[in-house]
Design a protein around this ligand. Structure first.
Ligand code: AP5
Ligand code: MG
Length: 213
């Protein structure tokens, strides 16, 4: 099964994608997580990506495409994947469609997690992230068992550098301009599914499972 998660920053793409990956035994591939791991490890890619991410801008398509096409070669992608944060522009979506077509393959679902901008601002201020395993928490909605510590790997939780209110505002602007058009793109491909991301996360997940079967 090959799935794309769509939605604004903070809509819950990562939260839902992790659960989909677990239930359907497919890898969760988040370009944002890969960039953040590279930043943490001070790689050349990380250095390049950081300057864009800290300003709430997108990393250039060429860099992102190289990275994701490389990831698709890994053995664990054989039975599909859930993509979170990619594609994020029409050229990225077209490159993905083309790469799949070359292998006589296609995506199965594009799931759009819908949340209003006002709610997103509140969510982001309370988000805490684990930069070691990609775990995501919310200080009020989804708190970790021990404050400041990741339940899964025990690493320290941090506030993401791009979760400052002014950067969140910029990310939302970029989303509406460059990423939202993907909703129509995948609707035209006949694979778009809309889900309400404002519900408690278990309810949103229940809706997704009823779609995926
Ligand atoms: P990325 O890491 O993809 O960030 P994003 O799209 O901005 O989305 P987020 O990760 O912020 O939100 P999410 O939808 O995953 O929500 P989450 O589940 O955490 O990208 C970061 C940057 O990298 C980009 O700005 C760009 O620079 C670069 N980049 C990445 N991919 C790229 C690409 N393809 N091309 C170019 N550049 C790229 O949930 C948010 C919060 O809400 C959490 O605290 C969570 O616990 C809470 N929450 C989740 N669900 C619920 C619920 N139902 N109810 C209440 N709270 C909830
Ligand atoms: Mg995410």
């Amino acid at each position: 099964m090959k799935i794309v998660m769509l939605g604004a920053p903070g809509a819950g793409k990562g939260t839902q994608a992790k659960r989909i990956a677990e239930k359907y035994s497919i890898p969760h591939i988040s370009t944002g997580d890969i960039f953040r791991a590279n930043i943490k490890n001070n790689t050349e890619l990380g250095l390049k990506a950081k300057s864009y991410m800290d300003q709430g801008m997108l990393v250039p398509d060429e860099l992102t495409l190289d990275l994701i096409m490389d990831r698709f070669k890994d053995e664990d992608c054989k039975n599909g994947y859930v993509l979170d944060g990619f594609p994020r522009t029409i050229p990225q979506a077209e490159a993905l469609t083309k790469a799949l077509q070359e292998k006589n393959d296609k995506l199965d679902y594009a799931i759009n997690v819908e949340v209003k901008d006002e709610e997103i601002i509140t969510r982001m201020s309370g988000r805490r992230a684990c930069l070691s395993c990609g775990g995501t928490y919310h200080i009020v909605n989804i708190p970790p068992k021990v404050e400041g510590i990741c339940d899964k790997c025990g690493a320290e939780l941090v506030q993401r550098a791009d979760d400052k209110p002014e950067t969140v505002k910029k990310r939302l602007e970029v989303y509406h301009e460059l990423t939202q058009p993907l909703i129509e793109y995948y609707d035209n491909e006949g694979i778009l599914k809309e889900v309400n991301g404002s519900l408690p996360m278990d309810e949103t997940f229940g809706i997704i499972v009823s779609i995926l079967g």
